[in-house]
Design a protein around this ligand. Structure first.
Ligand SMILES: [Mg+2]
Length: 405
């Protein structure tokens, strides 16, 4: 039986700003994006109590709350805090998945007894966050990520809630489906048109009917409504102690299943990984590919090379061979590539003309991308992807990859 804990910062951006500037404390604060300067990205709880909501434009927000203090968001500040938060979490377990800039999952199955109980872990984390940053967090605990998320959602702000397995059916029975993490508004609407409003109803709905309406997702929806979720807490590959690695993963804009499409993403990821390795002077001997299916089932496969490399093409070809060695059972929603078994500083002088040319090519490519922004120059295999290269999120993802169907 797993014990999963979700830490979710309350009104994170606004709280960080209030902490940085005492004049903002206790006041209604609206943080607006530095890019889209007119939309509220986070409202402090003081602002929420007068009706300010995320997504409102400034005009609307000032209508409901004339005394609103508007602050332009500072992503560096939030990212910095997020990294420090992660250090707190890692005192309790190495299995920390930074899910978004203000949410992290911790798998404390194997470690909570060291601190007493899951609730004790939650209390300590809340205390440490308050002590270090002066901000409130809500902690949800459950037998899986889905339930931990629900526990946090229903006990915000400054909450702490442990939903035990035996409580799940009661809690889910009358819960509107859209309150379940991962069920978006569209899916909820489609379910409503079938007469399904609550998780209780969805959990009892016939599998056959759900499958005919939602395809493979149907089963998944039913399981979710029953509080079932087997998805693992996925720590960043960088966190695995001494086996340092460099990795990137992407949640795809839509699920894909053809080899050609998968190859394009592998190429992009290989280039991201390889260029980062080259920038820091690393070469890796082990290539790992992570695949997450539409059902959230996740697995990784690796292959060891005879010599360490920082070469985009070799990493790509190895990753492609790895993927071709398996029969994909479902459409793919996330792909990741990493290299590990790293060695640094052995920037050997290339002996052969072919190696020299390749090294020069890679260096030139990196220089151009460093100077003009990443992905100015791309490998041809990575083109034609239906996603703009600029919006690919790195494995560490401060802006969050939401799990929404
Ligand atoms: Mg939050």
């Amino acid at each position: 039986m797993r014990v999963i804990l979700l830490v979710d910062m309350d009104a994170f951006f606004a709280s960080v700003e209030q902490q940085a500037n005492p004049a903002l404390r206790g006041k209604p604060v609206g943080v607006i994006g530095s890019g889209k300067r007119t939309v509220i990205t986070t409202a402090s709880y003081e602002a929420r109590s007068c009706g300010v909501k995320t997504g409102m434009n400034l005009y609307e927000a000032r209508q409901v709350c004339p005394e609103l203090i508007v602050v332009v968001g500072d992503n560096d500040k939030y990212t910095h805090t997020c990294r420090q938060l992660k250090e707190i979490y890692k005192r309790f377990t190495p299995l920390v998945e930074v899910y978004s800039v203000d949410e992290a999952f911790l798998d404390i199955t194997g470690s909570y007894h060291l601190f007493g109980s899951p609730i004790e872990v939650g209390k300590r984390i809340k205390y440490l966050i308050k002590q270090s940053f002066g901000i409130n967090a809500t902690v949800g605990i459950g037998p899986n990520k889905l339930v931990a998320k629900l526990a946090a959602d229903i006990s915000k702000p400054d909450g702490l809630r442990w939903i035990k397995k035996e409580e799940i059916p009661d809690i889910l029975e009358d819960l509107p489906v859209e309150q379940l993490w991962g069920i978006g508004r569209k899916t909820a609407e489609r379910l409503r048109s079938l007469g399904i409003k609550t998780c209780g109803q969805l959990g009892r709905a016939s599998s056959g009917m759900l499958r005919s309406r939602f395809g493979v997702l149907g089963e998944h929806l039913k399981a979710m409504a029953q509080g079932v979720d087997h998805s693992p807490v996925l720590p960043e590959s960088e966190d695995f102690g001494d086996t340092k690695s460099i990795g990137h993963s992407m949640t795809l804009p839509r699920d894909i299943y053809t080899r050609t499409e998968i190859d394009r993403y592998l190429m992009l990821l290989a280039e991201m990984v390889a260029s980062r390795a080259r920038r820091y002077g690393y070469e890796g001997r082990v290539i790992t590919v992570i695949i997450r299916y539409r059902s959230f089932e996740t697995f990784s496969l690796r292959k060891r090379l005879s010599i360490p490399t920082d070469d985009t093409h070799l990493i790509f070809r190895t990753a492609r061979d790895i993927v071709r060695s398996v029969r994909l059972r479902e459409p793919v929603r996330l792909i990741g590539v990493s290299i590990s078994g790293l060695t640094q500083g052995n920037n050997q002088i290339p002996l052969f003309e072919e190696q020299k040319r390749r090294k020069r090519l890679l260096n030139t490519l990196d220089e151009i991308n460093t100077r003009f922004g990443s992905n100015t120059l791309l490998w041809a295999a990575a083109l034609k992807s239906d996603r703009e290269p600029g919006v690919i999120s790195p494995a560490w993802r401060p802006d969050g990859v939401r799990r929404t169907l």
